[in-house]
Design a protein around this ligand. Sequence first.
Ligand SMILES: *Cc1c(COP(=O)(O)O)cnc(C)c1O
Length: 337
Amino acid sequence: MENIDWGSLGFGYYKTDYNVRCYYRNGKWGELEVSSSEEITMHMAATVLHYGQAAFEGMKAFRGVDGKVRMFRPYENARRMISSAQGVMMAEPPEELFVEACKKVVKLNERFIPPYGSGASLYLRPILVGTGAQVGVHPAKEYLFMVFACPVGPYFKAGFKPVKFQIAKDYDRAAPFGTGKYKVGGNYAASLVSGERAVKEGYSNCIYLNAATHEFIDEAGAANFFGIKDNTYVTPKSTSILPSITNMSLCQIAEDLGLKVERRPIPVEELSTFEEVAACGTAAVVSPINEIVDRESGKTYKWGAEPGPVSTKLYHTLKGIQDGTIEDKHGWNVFVE
Ligand SMILES: *Cc1c(COP(=O)(O)O)cnc(C)c1O
């Protein structure tokens, strides 16, 4: 195993040994290729460079308590990448190709998989981009699908500690019937100005509201949002949020733990009635929120300085399933042998 101080890893790029690549040309996908280069070459008129034909995924592989390596729900990521590909008219990498590429990149970079108990994991970043040349606004005829891996520590430096978010109504992440439900590059470009401003002003990120009326909560930065009250897990229903696999899993875990689950629009004012609120996603897992400030009005919503009991239980259950310490009764883990 690599001699890395796993405990001090951040969430960022880290060079590993190999990545895998697959090209779509002449109407079909080629063979998976292994590369040790960190670079890709492409035509200067590639559609990804002009028209944003780009999608990505994010998932993690863990070394469990039993020493086995598990990927968490990679078929869900495969399906979501297919949906993203359809959303911006790209060739779709078949589910099996997607999962095989992920397994391969995990195996090839085995020495970078953090040990059980370190809090770190191997983050996989599949990407799909239009590489074919176009000058008019049309989809490319050629695509590159690739997967690289980086060992990462926890997303939020503070660890499982509450963070603060800011409501910003002067920026929107995604239009009601736009591309918000796809994991495509343009959404993230569109969120950088407001996101970096929130960071500069002392917050973890922005809470984005529904763009049409700014009445309802959409997302918490690049993570989904949930609130807990009256033994109920409440998470937004909206056409412009990214369907988080972590959130989908937490809904199931909440149900398993005897909570009710509601997917419905959440008005901003309802924040004051939640016992706990949190952001969730692969990178952050569960990030409890202890303060949300409306940047415009200054109205502030506050929760406890320590994570609430339900968020804590949800977090430990999900982590336990990923680590192999809690029974994976829904068959979410895919082993890499
Ligand atoms: C990736 C992402 C999430 C989290 O999805 P997971 O599948 O849980 O990792 C949530 N919101 C946005 C905008 C995202 O890009």
